[in-house]
Design a binder for this molecule. Structure first.
Ligand code: NAG
Ligand code: NAG
Ligand code: NAG
Ligand code: NAG
Length: 382
């Protein structure tokens, strides 16, 4: 009798230990909604500092007096209301450290609309986030502690990796569909660093070998899971990668083969990437699952162009305390992945990935809609 009682307590305890993490994991899991869609709002370069006291850069003289960081806040609120995304991704230079009196307070204000929306959100770092009262590690740790974020300082089960804020997220298929327990869309987030630490190399930082090894392993692991088990697939689920600094390959396009604009003039080609090529694009091509890359950093470039079946996209500058071009609206990029409808009236795997941008004007004008990837055209073009 006594033994039985103890055993019961033991069972209750064991089940608690098992249930609690399971529930927590379930709540956090991203998945496609009942309409077979998953929508991501990308916010690039907020450059947030001290709120109302921080004035705007590069707005029209008539807009100058009444413009501050609060306009950036208002824009996020409007974008969230208009698009109702399933995930919000902040791709770095979220705060502008040089002008921020307190990095934590700047982040509290910058991310407040995302947190208030109760929509899961993530962030990676740019080259300006650490210029205030917190280091890169400090900034990323602070972000990870904020409400409703799925950001991580480093990937699970990885002992050492360059940078702060390398992690991936899996997006499950529609609940009660065949793909419920599979990640049908894989999201990768990387820290593209700030500035070169190698004396002989000047300029911006790059994605390091340790990060590329982590990406390769993660991509391979996800592929293996996807092509096995329940509803085994022939190839990997599509992936999307988000970070701050563009890869050198972003210089591959001109107006004849991109959607959007390239108005930057830096370095001749208008792309502010590292001055060396660390090979991440090659790594992405070899892995094969990532269909599109999304960065910020160059505020007045907002294009997407396709190179070797990978879309290289900018979001365009979002924040008002970031340089821009007066009269050229601040903007944000939206990506929506849509699932295939199955014969049984249920949902399958990802059929297409589309994108558009919205301008911070009276009507949040939607521009440059395009299909980034579709299952039917897979493997057809080179
Ligand atoms: C905008 O207003 C601020 C504050 O009044 C001023 O310092 C700045 O020079 C103005 N900029 C322009 C372009 O008018
Ligand atoms: C900034 O917000 C103020 C207050 O809502 C508004 O009057 C002003 O037009 C906004 N400026 C810009 C450039 O959107
Ligand atoms: C975070 O969420 C918890 C639980 O909902 C809440 O009690 C807390 O006040 C929130 N913190 C902030 C900074 O919003
Ligand atoms: C885009 O077109 C230009 C010529 O106008 C060409 O040099 C470049 O290679 C093209 N880029 C791609 C990715 O096809």
């Amino acid at each position: 009798m006594k033994l039985g009682m103890n055993f019961m307590i033991f069972l209750v305890l064991v089940s608690c230990f098992w249930l609690v993490p399971t529930f927590a994991a379930k709540q956090q899991k991203l998945r496609f909604d009942e309409n077979g869609e998953f929508k991501i709002l990308q916010v690039a370069d907020m450059h947030y500092a001290n709120g109302e006291k921080t004035l705007c850069l590069d707005v029209l003289p008539s807009q100058n007096a009444s413009c501050s960081d609060l306009n950036t806040t208002a824009f996020i609120h409007r974008m969230i209301l208009a698009e109702k995304p399933n995930l919000i991704v902040f791709t770095g230079d979220n705060i502008f450290g040089f002008d921020s009196a307190n990095s934590a307070k700047s982040m509290d204000a910058a991310f407040a609309p995302a947190i208030a929306s109760n929509i899961p959100w993530v962030a990676v770092l740019g080259n300006h986030d650490q210029e205030g009262t917190l280091s890169r590690e400090g900034v990323m740790k602070y972000i990870v502690g904020m409400n409703n974020t799925l950001s991580r300082v480093k990937p699970r089960k990885v002992r050492s990796i360059d940078g702060f804020g390398n992690y991936n997220l899996e997006v499950g298929g529609v609940r009660d569909s065949d793909f419920e327990k599979k990640s049908v869309l894989n999201l990768y987030f990387l820290d593209s660093g700030d500035y070169s630490k190698v004396a002989k190399i000047s300029g911006y930082d790059w994605i390091k070998p340790s990060q590329q090894v982590w990406f390769e392993k993660t991509s391979a692991k996800l592929r293996k899971k996807y092509i096995k088990g329940h509803v085994p697939q022939k190839e990997a689920a599509p992936g999307l990668a988000y970070f701050h600094i563009p890869l050198p390959e972003y210089a591959s396009f001109d107006s004849s083969n991109m959607t959007g604009v390239k108005m930057e003039t830096d370095g001749g080609d208008g792309i502010s990437s590292a001055s060396v090529n660390s090979g991440f694009f090659t790594t992405l091509v070899a892995a094969g699952d990532v269909k599109a890359v999304f960065v910020g950093h160059d505020h007045i470039n907002d294009f997407c162009g396709k190179l070797m079946d990978i879309q290289l996209c900018y979001a365009g500058g979002f924040g008002y305390h970031a340089y821009g071009q007066a009269g050229w609206s601040r903007r944000a990029r939206v990506v929506v992945a849509s699932l295939e409808k199955t014969g049984k009236g249920s949902w399958g795997d990802v059929e297409s990935i589309k994108t558009w941008k919205r301008l911070d004007d009276e009507h949040l004008t939607r521009i440059d809609s395009e299909v980034l990837w579709s299952k039917s055209s897979r493997g057809s073009s080179g």
